[in-house]
Design a binder for this molecule. Sequence first.
Ligand code: M6R
Length: 360
Amino acid sequence: GKGEYDHFMLKEIHEQPTALAQAIEGRIDPENGRIALEDFPPGTFDGVENVQLIACGTSYHAALYGSVALNQAGIHATALLANEYSVTAPPVDDDTLVIAVTQSGETADTLSALRQATAAGADTLTVTNVVGSTAAREADDTLFIRAGPEIGVAATKTFSSQAVMLTLLAQRIAADARDETPADLQSLLPDLAQMPGQLEDLLATDDAAHIASQYQGSQSYFFIGRGLGYPVALEGALKFKEITYEHAEGFASGELKHGPLALVTPDTPVFAVFTGEEDEKTLKNAEEAQTRGAPVIAVCPEGHRAAEVADEHLEIPDADDELAGLLANVQLQLVSYHAAELLDRPIDKPRNLAKSVTVE
Ligand code: M6R
């Protein structure tokens, strides 16, 4: 049941510290800078030169997060919408690994892309929450995110767990390909180990409700981010539209000036995600919106310059650049939840949507 919570979505948002602890349990060794993924002994990903991640919806945003992490780790990677894969799939060869990212493991679009990749001769791996699901059974290998059951139609804890697993996987693939432990792990793994505790603090001081009420009734809601903050911006907007029924869109920060800026007015709050990746550029992009009268809400660590410049800010704990976006995403989940609550929406079962989309 929902226990003390009004909705499964809020319960599942609050389950994220536990979900993440479960995802990383036994898989990271911060002292020695090692990642141990059960079915994948060191060297498993030796020959991987190219990774295609296929997924839909929120899982696509996690896949995009994973592709950014892979590219930043020096591995060629592309995130692809599974429903576009049948017409736009880049070629695969012996060195290609195709990763299906799907919470349920039953999404028809993703299964069909997975089958196409298998037929083309790619090695396949499924990252999923559901043991025994079709995608888990059909791929060569599986990595379970161990988030526990997710009932709310809006995916929350599974996004965080998928993104964390893909971050680990990116480092492992890079380590195998280069035959050395990436230096990044020295700061990433300890920060990852303390993330469940940081999330607990963030959730205990939920201050997203006042942001939601302050901007209630706006015309549109925009979300911007760069690097790993870009998939977070897309996910922030998807969650917002899904449960509030208000118009929301996510953009790469630098894209705002290439068109969307025409929509920016005092009636379009802009949520800006700061992940430590060229933050000064993102801040400049946010200020361009502010100049057109839009209120800017910065999602950033304490003492960040963006907090001074922005009209409002939501604080995230200090973390490695590779994890900051996931903390920011939790703040955005809370904003969406509270905005939907104010509008009295059926948060756990938004109109027209199903938890698992089993048709193409
Ligand atoms: O089960 P999957 O992860 O494959 O589902 C993919 C999408 O249908 C899903 O993430 C959808 O976008 C969510 N309702 C978003 O909250």
